[in-house]
Ligand binder design. Sequence first.
Ligand code: MG
Length: 161
Amino acid sequence: MMRIGMGYDVHRLVPDRPLILGGIEIPHDLGLLGHSDADVLTHAICDAILGAAALGDIGMHFPDSDPAFQGVSSLVLLKHTLDLVAGEGLKVCQIDATVVAQAPRLGPYRDRMRARLAETLGIPLDMTSIKATTTEGLGFAGRREGVAALCIARLEPITLP
Ligand code: MG
């Protein structure tokens, strides 16, 4: 009955944009470009959750062309995603995500990201794992051209009391 899904996303780093990851703003000289707040971590989480329910992907449910999502917090998209899987009788139990970024160092912000995401997902902190890695200077992440995020989500059927 357990369901597993994976998600992956990339956004471009540009000047004059805030860097939002996991629903919190992180001080940095560059931010992520996108139609919404471009929170690449939260987008990967949404895709993992949708994947576990075989409900397609984030681009299908929240298209870039829809003005309703212009500048919107990705936590709003995450809440919509939870509603979609609840419609299939499923709830999120656990996530494990990795952010791939050369800079800034995310360790100091990890616990705030975890707390924000755990609260939004409605799951315990110890079921909400956020990791970070660099690529040792290699590739687009290493050149600081963008940030990638990966996530695995575990869903279970909603049990009635
Ligand atoms: Mg995205």
